[in-house]
Design a protein around this ligand. Structure first.
Ligand code: C2E
Ligand code: MG
Ligand code: MG
Ligand code: MG
Length: 279
């Protein structure tokens, strides 16, 4: 057996490596056809105003139902899409689907204020990004003020490039949120210069509430920074009542997380929107 025999040990190692290589290759091939095969879908997670209890926005999160492996997390396939260049077509599909869905909800008369779409740094820097956002808004007939794009701090590292792209998109009437705020390595100075509407405090900080005093101080400081710079500040990954009261006590009035709702398929979101508030 493997313990007694170095050679077997090596074979065991390579065969398990091959297995993950095989999965990777299958996923890569599968991802190429995922759009055409209708294997991608969007779930939406409510963003809630803690004062009115109203849903103020919905974040679109992509899902992949693989014919052999079943549900595959975007945490696994988005990096793969970025490595293979498939992120561009997947990103456009997500944007188009989210905008079309949002427009339909508006036409139904449902109370919706915005839909948020995650944008990969590669997609953001692609040379036709601005025109493809514009084109998708036109095709879906969605008024641009309903669209929010979630980018991460990393895109701001190239200041001039990021600034010019963001300004052009802002001109269209589209807003920006900084996703996973606080986890990047970027300077804070960019916050003054970029057209940013919302800061999303990363879940890793929210997890510190009622766990670590220093972590709580960081959460308070991020909220205060955001408020002072007049951004909307939203907490992501809120899972319990204690986190919620801490946030309210410290002047954070927007939140998103399993405490309110997991990301849900469009039909289920529609039911929530018809009820108007989440309990
Ligand atoms: P994110 O944009 O920071 O999204 C938040 C993630 O946290 C989502 O995972 C969401 O389901 C999860 N989440 C929300 N509330 C809670 C909570 O209370 N507890 C816990 N444990 N988790 C919570 P998901 O859907 O698996 O997405 C993971 C990441 O994949 C996203 O992080 C985003 O970076 C990326 N992603 C998802 N959809 C897209 C997309 O369409 N395009 C791109 N480029 N990236 C995407
Ligand atoms: Mg996000
Ligand atoms: Mg996030
Ligand atoms: Mg996150």
């Amino acid at each position: 057996n493997a313990k007694e025999n170095g050679k077997n040990n090596y074979q065991y190692y390579t065969s398990s490596l091959n297995l993950s290589n095989q999965r990777r290759m299958e996923l890569e091939t599968g991802l190429r056809n995922a759009i055409n095969n209708n294997e991608l879908s969007l779930h939406y997670q409510p963003q809630v105003n803690l004062v009115s209890n109203q849903i103020i926005g919905l974040e679109a999160l992509v899902r992949w139902q693989h014919p052999k492996y079943g549900f595959i997390s975007p945490a696994e396939f988005i990096p793969l899409a970025e490595e293979t260049g498939l992120i561009f077509s997947i990103g456009k599909w997500v944007l188009k689907t989210a905008c079309t869905q949002c427009k339909q909800w508006i036409d139904f008369g449902l109370p919706i204020e915005s839909v948020s779409v995650n944008v990969s740094p590669l997609q953001f820097r692609e040379k036709n990004f601005v025109s493809s956002v514009n084109q998708i808004l036109e095709e879906s007939d969605l008024p641009p003020r309903y669209l929010e794009l979630e980018i991460t701090e990393s895109v701001t590292s190239n200041v001039n490039q990021a600034l010019s792209i963001m300004k052009e998109i802002k001109e269209l009437g589209v807003r920006f949120a900084i996703d996973d705020f606080g986890t990047g390595y970027s300077s804070l100075n960019y916050l003054r210069h970029f057209p940013i509407h919302k800061l999303k405090i990363d879940k890793s900080f929210i997890d510190e509430i009622n766990q670590h005093k220093d972590g709580e101080e960081i959460v308070k400081t991020i909220i205060e920074l955001g408020n002072r710079l007049r951004f909307q500040v939203i907490a992501e990954g809120v899972e319990d009542e204690q986190q919620l009261s801490f946030l309210k006590e410290n002047n954070c009035y927007l939140a998103q997380g399993y405490f309110f709702s997991k990301p849900l398929p469009a039909e289920e979101i529609e039911v929530l929107l018809r009820k108007k508030i989440v309990e």
